[in-house]
Design a protein around this ligand. Structure first.
Ligand SMILES: [Zn+2]
Length: 285
């Protein structure tokens, strides 16, 4: 009996050590100055860690440094557009509350996750997604309830939830059509315009009708697996098809354009961005 109990305790200990190792692997341990400082005015800062964007006060220089290091979309922008990106990013961060479900928070977390929202809305006049006041960051896959399932990201109520490990992988592997940041921001942008009564972008909403009409045909074709550009997950429903279309649009615009040029052009007009022809074809805002 004693041996069994010792074996169980040993197994639990090993699992715990593996979990801790996995968690730290994807944190920014290389430079401890990247760690977010506790704001003493905010109560109960144990776990999760809570940071109000209005208190973060990141300087332009820091934002630029983080973006240049981790965010290829930013580095490809012309200097005036980089300035616009920074201005929008600062405004976006200020309006959000970041809840980090980990023992440490890093500056890259609010900066880069907000940057993915700025990326998708960069051509639009409304970019704050005000319905979503809360961004929750998990170290990796997390469990969601009702129904109980393991997720790497979702949008629920006024909250955008993202797994940090998978978020980073999305930008590190820039051409595999997997980018949970863009995926969840696509859902958020849709819900902001179609499920809430506030801050609606009328031209986005009108253009979305065209995406629905044309996208629906492609959705049906992809269901028959004629081309197989989309994953099985995108075939779950039209909302997932929309989110994955955005991942494809930014990660593999050439492939999307060569298979479905009409859909590519519709998304260009919808987001007022053209990744294939930028900066030669730029939409004025
Ligand atoms: Zn989704």
């Amino acid at each position: 009996m004693e041996i069994i109990i010792t074996a169980i305790i040993l197994c639990l200990l090993i699992t715990w050590v593996i979990r801790i190792k996995k968690r730290t692997k994807y944190s920014y341990t290389e430079d401890s100055s990247n760690e977010l400082q506790y704001n003493k005015e905010v109560p109960s800062l144990t776990s999760p860690l809570v940071y109000y964007g209005e208190n973060l006060d990141f300087q332009d220089e820091l934002l630029r440094k983080v973006l240049v290091k981790h965010f290829p979309y930013f580095t490809q922008l012309l200097p005036p557009d980089q300035d616009k990106f920074i201005i929008r990013l600062k405004k976006f961060i200020k309006t959000k509350c970041f809840i980090i479900h980990d023992i440490k928070g890093y500056r890259e977390m609010p900066i880069l996750i907000s940057a993915s929202a700025i990326q998708i809305t960069f051509g639009l006049s409304k970019f704050l997604l005000p319905h979503f006041g809360v961004i929750q960051i998990y170290p990796q896959e997390f469990i969601a309830l009702e129904p109980m399932r393991v997720l790497i990201g979702n949008v629920s109520g006024n909250t955008i939830n993202i797994a940090w490990k998978q978020f980073l992988e999305g930008y590190r592997n820039g051409f595999d059509n997997n980018n949970v940041g863009l995926h969840e921001m696509a859902h958020a942008l849709y819900y902001q315009n179609f499920e809430t009564e506030e801050h609606i972008d009328k031209s986005f909403k009108d253009s979305f009708d065209l995406f629905t009409a044309f996208g629906d045909q492609i959705y049906m074709r992809e269901k028959q697996r004629t081309i197989g550009l989309y994953s099985d997950y995108a075939m779950k429903n039209f909302q997932e098809f929309w989110a994955e279309s955005i991942e494809l649009f930014f990660e593999n615009p050439g492939r999307l354009n060569s298979h479905y040029p009409e859909l590519y052009n519709i998304i260009c007009d919808l987001l007022c961005q053209d990744p294939l022809r930028y900066p030669y074809h730029n939409y004025p805002v």
